[in-house]
Design a protein around this ligand. Structure first.
Ligand SMILES: [Mg+2]
Length: 267
């Protein structure tokens, strides 16, 4: 994600009623799909212990846009260190409808697996943040056999893992594919098929090939601010400033009224 030119994107994310409505819509659709899939699997005699949902966290269940406003305000680009510091503060808020959806999943007897690209080092802070907001999360240990929280770099079978390996592990652990996948980035649905090594035009072509899955077992949320879509533009996108330094561009005086509308992290 590049820094200052995300001002309109963050403004949309935080202030547009449309953004909020799209989240509610996504979770409403996910609930319908869940009910239908529960009925189908029970009708087919599958055991309840195989029923689970996989959800991404950031910009799916959690809203971190105050961190992005802070990046704009201070002319910074995204950096792992400042991101981790933000995660440690436990200040993410719930996206519209996410909390109700998470409770709905658990109340209907399915497991909810939180699969996030947050770092393993931020496990305790992430679990605290989710629980304080009211998300059901009984086991957040780093043990992949029992935990409901999968993070980037957590060790599975002796190896640090990411989403692709974690999805495969979960299919084995539950003995079935998840009932639905939720995410704001298509790599939340298939980590390899939509990974950052796949150029933007190819991702677009694949999204068309997968048209039968969107709104079915793959539920997508809008993230205008960042994502693999942006990373795959590479050469076409602007060069970033020095990663953890203040960048050359900060919001101008003309943009101050828009900045004033935004929720911002105050570290
Ligand atoms: Mg996300």
């Amino acid at each position: 994600m590049k820094y200052h030119n995300t001002l309109d994107a963050v403004t949309y994310f935080q202030t547009a009623a449309e953004n909020s409505a799209l989240y509610y819509q996504g979770f409403a659709l996910a609930e319908l799909r869940l009910i239908a899939e529960l009925a189908r699997r029970r009708g087919a005699g599958q055991k309840d212990s195989t029923f689970y949902v996989v959800s991404d966290c950031d910009e799916t269940l959690l809203d971190n846009s105050a961190y992005n406003s802070w990046l704009i305000e201070t002319g910074r680009d995204f950096h792992d260190l400042s991101w981790s510091e933000w995660c440690q503060r436990r200040e993410a808020v719930a996206t519209p409808g996410s909390l109700e959806f998470a409770k709905f999943v658990v109340e209907h007897g399915a497991g909810l697996m939180y699969v996030s690209s947050r770092f393993e080092a931020d496990r305790e802070a992430t679990a605290d943040n989710l629980r304080t907001l009211g998300f059901p999360l009984q086991n957040a240990s780093p043990d992949p056999q029992v935990t409901a929280l999968f993070l980037s770099g957590m060790v599975i079978d002796g190896t640090p893992s990411k989403k692709g390996a974690q999805f495969a592990y979960l299919a084995q652990r539950f003995g079935a594919a998840p009932m639905i996948h939720l995410g704001d980035n298509l790599s939340d649905h298939d980590a390899n098929r939509y990974g950052s090594k796949v150029p933007a035009p190819e991702r677009l072509a694949r999204a068309q090939q997968d048209d039968h899955r969107w709104g079915s077992d793959w539920i997508v949320f809008p993230n205008s601010i960042y994502g693999t879509w942006r990373n795959t533009l590479s050469a076409a996108d602007e060069a970033p400033p020095a990663p953890f330094q203040e960048g050359p561009v900060r919001p101008s005086a003309a943009e101050a009224p828009k900045m004033a509308l935004l929720r911002r992290w105050k570290p």
